[in-house]
Design a protein around this ligand. Structure first.
Ligand SMILES: [Zn+2]
Length: 136
């Protein structure tokens, strides 16, 4: 399910909450990767056996991949969630997060969101309180 579909299903507040939880899980994944890489450096310093070195190299590589993956996902989610969160208040009636999604750019219809494609990260919303429409 893409960002727009999930936001429609959950509503903005719940979607935002879940984005924060999900992003922090990726941050934990990132830290786990860093710990793995640090362990690998520690292990390789012992120079006990060739098998041990290979294991340390594999662990180090896996740790690097994991931490990079976790960090990128974390960043991506935070950039999108923060951007939408910052513009979730209706300028006409000041209602926060009381909108329905009318339309959205291509980037928000992809999973994960393609933040490199900044011109496609937009959301057209309709205020449920006063009917104002704006683009985030
Ligand atoms: Zn409004």
């Amino acid at each position: 399910m893409d960002t727009v579909a999930r936001m429609r299903k959950l509503g903005f507040r719940k979607w935002y909450e879940r984005q924060l939880i999900e992003s922090h899980l990726y941050l934990v994944t990132c830290f786990l990767g860093i710990i793995m890489a640090a362990t690998a450096i520690e292990l390789s310093g012992r120079r006990e056996s060739v098998a041990g070195l290979i294991l340390a190299a594999a662990l180090g590589l896996a740790g690097c991949v994991l931490s990079l993956f976790g960090w990128q996902r974390y960043k991506r989610i935070m950039v999108v969630a923060e951007h939408i969160g910052d513009h979730a208040t209706c300028v006409q009636c000041n209602a926060y997060a009381r909108f329905t999604v009318v339309d959205a750019g291509q980037a928000l219809r992809q999973e994960p969101v393609d933040i490199e494609n900044a011109s496609e990260v937009w959301l057209k919303v309709h205020c449920r309180k006063c009917g104002n429409e704006w683009t985030i």
